[in-house]
Design a protein around this ligand. Structure first.
Ligand SMILES: *Cc1c(COP(=O)(O)O)cnc(C)c1O
Length: 432
C-alpha cells in the first residue's frame, strides 16, 4: 500500500497530517472533510519558484493553476509565496480579485471566454489574456478599445506534441479544442491578424500539453517547437516575443506505480532546452512561465470519510461504503483515476484484504478507490483517501443534493476551517 511520505502515524495508531490527528479532525469537523496541509502547499510552490531562480536566473514566473483548487485560501497562499495566478473563468478571476491578488500577475485562459468574462478581465486589470481563437481576438480588441487600454496577450498554440496521459487530459495535439495549430498555418494567421489590431499587444506564446505527465521530454519537445516558431515569427514579421508559457501538467504520485520526477528537474531540463533553442534559432532568451496546479496541491490534500455499510459479495468483491462520493471526488467516475487509502484510526495495521471504496451516490460508477488493500475495515472507521488536494473540491457537485464538505487547513498542530460545510439551505438558495 502506498502512503505518502508527508503523512505519519501517531502513538494512538492514528493517521497524522500537518501534526493533526485525523481521527480528532473527523470528530471535531465532521465527515466527509477535505484536509489540506498548508506547509506542503507552500513547500511545493517554493520548489518551483527556487528552481526558476536557480536554473533560469530568475527570468520566469510560476503561476498557480488555480483551477486545481480555487479558493480564497489557496489563491492567498500563492499571493504570499510570490507566484502569479492562472485563471480560466470569470469565477476564478473574481476569486483572485476578492483575494486581493495582484491582478497584473494573473493570466486568463480558456477556449471560449464569454464577452462578460473578457469585460470582467479587462476591468479587473488582468495582466495577460491567453487568446484561443480569432473570434476571441476580435472581440477582445473591441472591448479593450472601449476601455481605452492596450491588452497584453499571449496565444494558445497546439505544438503537436502527444503526452502519454489519459486522452481526456491530453491537450497538445491538433485534434484538441484548445488553441491554434502550427502545422496548418492557423497560428501564423492569427498572429498576423493581431499585429494589425490597435488594442492588443502580442507578448508571447503559450502551450499546455496535458496533465499528470511523468516525463520531461514532452515539455522539452514543446519548448523547442515553440522556440522555433518564435524564430519564424521574428524572420517573417520582425516580431520579437519575450514570453514563453509552457503550461502545467507535472505528474504526481497517486499510487505506488506512479513515478514522478522531482519538480525542479522539469524546470532545470526545460530551462536548459529553452536556452539552447534560443541560440539555435537566433532569438533572445524569453521569460518563461510555468503553470503547475495538480503537483502543488494534490499531494497536500486528503479526504476523511466515515465508513457505513460493508458488503462482502462472495467471489465478487467487498464494497466499503463511505459518507461521500462522486460529489466531492469525481475523479474515478471521470477518468477511473486512482488514489491511495488508509484506515485513519488503524493506520499502521497491516493490509490484509482487497476492498472497493464506494460512495453514496445513485450511480454504480460512484467509486472512490477500486481494489485497494486495507486492514480489516469496520463500520464507523475513519477512512482517509489520499492525494485529493487537486480536482476534487474544484470539480465537486451537489449531485443527489448532497452538501459539499468543509475544508480545513492544517499546519503545526493547528486546524482552521477555510471553506465552510454547505448546509441544506445552501442547496436551496437559488430555488425560486
Ligand atoms: C489545467 C491547466 C494547467 C494545470 O495543469 P496541472 O496538471 O494541474 O498542473 C495549467 N495551464 C493550463 C492552461 C491548464 O489548462
Amino acid at each position: 500500500m502506498f502512503v505518502s511520505e508527508d503523512l505519519s502515524v501517531n502513538e494512538k495508531n492514528h493517521l497524522v497530517i500537518g501534526e493533526n490527528d485525523t481521527v480528532e479532525l473527523a470528530k471535531e469537523f465532521g465527515t466527509p472533510l477535505y484536509v489540506i496541509d498548508e506547509d506542503l502547499i507552500r513547500k511545493n510552490m517554493r520548489i518551483y519558484k527556487d528552481a526558476i531562480d536557480k536554473y533560469y536566473d530568475g527570468n520566469g514566473l510560476i503561476l498557480y493553476a488555480s483551477k486545481a483548487l480555487c479558493t480564497k485560501y489557496t489563491v492567498n497562499i500563492a499571493k504570499e509565496e510570490g507566484l502569479g495566478c492562472d485563471v480560466v473563468s470569470g469565477g476564478e478571476i473574481y476569486t483572485a480579485l476578492k483575494s486581493d491578488f495582484p491582478m497584473d500577475k494573473v493570466y486568463f485562459h480558456g477556449n471560449n471566454k464569454t464577452v462578460e468574462e473578457l469585460e470582467l478581465a479587462i476591468s479587473a486589470g488582468v495582466g495577460h489574456i491567453i487568446v484561443d481563437n480569432i473570434y476571441e481576438l476580435i472581440s477582445l480588441n473591441d472591448i479593450a478599445k472601449e476601455h481605452g487600454i492596450i491588452q497584453k496577450i499571449l496565444f494558445r498554440i497546439k505544438p503537436g506534441i502527444e503526452a502519454h496521459t489519459h486522452t481526456f487530459i491530453q491537450t497538445g495535439q491538433i485534434d484538441s479544442k484548445f488553441g491554434v495549430a502550427l502545422e496548418n498555418g492557423e497560428a501564423f494567421e492569427i498572429i498576423k491578424a493581431a499585429m494589425e489590431l490597435s488594442n492588443v499587444k502580442v507578448e508571447g506564446l503559450h502551450c499546455h500539453i496535458g496533465s499528470q505527465i511523468f516525463e520531461v521530454e514532452p515539455f522539452c519537445d514543446a519548448a523547442r517547437v515553440m522556440m522555433r516558431f518564435m524564430g519564424e515569427l521574428k524572420d517573417k514579421f520582425g516580431l520579437t516575443l519575450d514570453k514563453l508559457n509552457l503550461g502545467g501538467g507535472f505528474g504526481i504520485k497517486y499510487t505506488e506505480e506512479d513515478d514522478p520526477l522531482p519538480y525542479d528537474e522539469y524546470i532545470k531540463t526545460v530551462s536548459e532546452t529553452v536556452k539552447s533553442a534560443a541560440k539555435e534559432y537566433g532569438i533572445d532568451i524569453p521569460m518563461i512561465l510555468m503553470e503547475p496546479g495538480r503537483s502543488i496541491v494534490a499531494p497536500a490534500g486528503i479526504t476523511l470519510y466515515t465508513v457505513g455499510g460493508i458488503k462482502d459479495i462472495k467471489n465478487v468483491r467487498k464494497y466499503v461504503s463511505v459518507d461521500g462520493g462522486l460529489g466531492d471526488n469525481p475523479r474515478y467516475i471521470m477518468y477511473q483515476a486512482e488514489h491511495g487509502a488508509v484506515v485513519a484510526n488503524n493506520a499502521a495495521a497491516k493490509p490484509e484484504e482487497f476492498v472497493t471504496v464506494a460512495g453514496k451516490c445513485c450511480e454504480s460508477g460512484d467509486l472512490l478507490v477500486e481494489n485497494v488493500k486495507l486492514p480489516k475495515v469496520n463500520v464507523g472507521d475513519t477512512l482517509a483517501v489520499l492525494s485529493t488536494g487537486a480536482y476534487n473540491y474544484s470539480m465537486s457537485s451537489n449531485y443527489n443534493r448532497i452538501p459539499r464538505p468543509a475544508m480545513v487547513a492544517v499546519s503545526g498542530g493547528i486546524a482552521k476551517t477555510v471553506v465552510k460545510r454547505e448546509t441544506y439551505d445552501d442547496l436551496l438558495r437559488n430555488d425560486v
